[in-house]
Design a protein around this ligand. Structure first.
Ligand SMILES: Cc1cc2nc3c(=O)[nH]c(=O)nc-3n(C[C@H](O)[C@H](O)[C@H](O)COP(=O)(O)O)c2cc1C
Length: 266
């Protein structure tokens, strides 16, 4: 089966999911790759129509064992027409629980046909120098794995003349999904005096929760605790103050030391 073009769809506040998605795209090696970045509010204003002869690669991070709710909301609006799809979750070395199954079910309901699924590890959003969790993931070996996964996806498609020749891809997980879709609404970010009000934190915030003129003014109702603002601050002016997020980061640093490995389901 020939694929005309690839659409690479991802939500990735701290860019580990984006790195994995690009690794897979590199392996697929199509001459036409369109990026659909759902990370910013404006990115989520676009809609997506996908045809039979396109390949969708959909990648999201795992939040509380689930697909982040704002990503699910957007993904449900995809209009596909028996479009082959690759589902990918990226998690912070704890577990992906039912998230991969949830993602697969979600794209299937939009008219996609999942032909391959993968789970990769990314540095945990809550990781920092005191509590490094999956620091530096995806690393070189993870990206090489993702590229190889991309090549296997091409081989799988090339081996058939129609998607009806492929059987369902089984992934771990069960329904009703466990985990939580409601995130903490919590005041957990401290901003110190090295902040220059450069505005980069407000620019990277996926939900527009930070005041662009006063970086310490955060709308805690909107905040999804993704930590993009902390990780991207050029001054390192943003840290975690005592809070459930900081406690989680300490707990995960103790519990999730053994590096997990990528998995793919084809
Ligand atoms: C609110 C929240 C919940 C998370 N829940 C999980 C989880 O259940 N399991 C896990 O292993 N990692 C969890 N993570 C970590 C992210 O899945 C991981 O760091 C991922 O690489 C982040 O993707 P990104 O770099 O594209 O933002 C969570 C992160 C956040 C912000």
């Amino acid at each position: 089966m020939e694929i005309d073009s690839v659409k690479l769809v991802y939500f990735s506040p701290t860019e580990t999911t984006k790195a994995v998605a690009h690794g897979i795209a590199h392996g697929i090696d199509s001459s036409s790759i369109e990026l659909v970045d759902l990370t910013t509010p404006s990115g989520r204003e676009q809609s997506l129509l996908a045809a039979k002869d396109e390949l969708l690669v959909v990648a999201v991070p795992v939040y509380m064992g689930r697909v982040p709710a704002l990503a699910t909301e957007w993904l449900k609006t995809i209009k596909a027409d028996n479009t082959p799809a690759v589902c990918v979750v990226v998690y912070g070395n704890r577990a992906y629980d039912d998230a991969l199954l949830e993602l697969k079910d979600t794209v299937e309901k939009c008219g996609c046909i999942p032909i391959a699924c993968g789970a990769y590890i990314g540095e945990h959003s809550f990781s920092n120098s005191d509590t490094p969790i999956a620091e530096g993931r995806p690393d070189k070996a993870d990206v090489t794995h993702a590229e190889e996964f991309g090549r296997k996806i091409c081989e799988k498609l090339q081996a058939v003349s129609s998607l009806s020749q492929l059987s369902d891809v089984a992934v771990p997980g069960s329904y009703p999904y466990g985990g939580r879709t409601e995130l903490w609404s919590v005041d957990f970010i401290a901003v110190n005096s090295t902040c220059t009000q450069c505005g980069s934190c407000a620019d990277v915030c996926p939900v527009g929760a930070i005041d662009s003129q006063h970086s310490s003014i955060i709308n805690h109702e909107k905040c999804i605790t993704c930590c993009a603002c902390i990780k991207s601050c050029p001054q390192g002016a943003r840290t975690m103050k005592p809070s459930p997020v900081k406690e989680a980061s300490e707990r995960l640093n103790n519990l999730c030391k053994d590096p997990k490995q990528p998995e793919c389901f084809l």
